[in-house]
Design a protein around this ligand. Sequence first.
Ligand code: PMT
Length: 212
Amino acid sequence: MNVLITAGPTREPLDPVRYLTNRSSGKMGYALASAFAEAGHQVLLISGPTKLDIPDGVDLIPVESAAEMFSAVEHHIGRMDTAVFAAAVADYRPASISEQKIKKHGDTLTLELVRNPDILGSARGKFSFTGVLVGFAAETENLETNAREKLHRKGCDLVIANDVSQPGIGFDSDRNQILLVYPAHSEPLLEDEKHHLAPRIVREIELLTAGA
Ligand code: PMT
């Protein structure tokens, strides 16, 4: 099947030398891309900036900002059977980008931020995507409740929830502990390396695709 995966952080520019970003390393999304390719699927990875090598057999579209990631997903999602959104997309970006490096003046600097488009949240409506839709939920509290709310609100078939308040798992770590949240039930997976969890997640998504 054709699989689209988003991964990594986005960078939201402030001026020619500064940006807002987050601690996503891309490891979770790249592990999934690699596992899908190893299972024989065609993989398009749309990734924010990372230090990772492109997995074998995976096509990569590199992007920087949430707006660029949105455009790339909008352009390609129509031919996909499955879309998996592992990227940590910035919810907000600076309202304006200074053409010149911002100079320091006073003791404080106030930034105005505006909402970025919700890429996963656009899949069912704006992009009219009818394939299997898998989101992630990065939560620091009420993991299952918040993930289930995202599942329904964004029209997902599965949300992979991770508690990003726990040290040693989640953002910028080789390991993760996840909860698979389906419309009718949830299933926890034991903490493990991301590249061990990824083939397990791929099998879950293959089952969803077979039943779709
Ligand atoms: O990259 P790593 O260091 O390996 O870390 C992995 C991870 C912690 C980043 C990953 O496992 C993870 O949880 N990714 C989702 C992070 C996130 O932004 O979660 P969220 O709960 O804020 O967003 C919910 C979903 O909507 C996610 O699928 C996200 O990709 C998507 N989203 C969010 C905002 C937005 N503007 N567009 C989106 O598509």
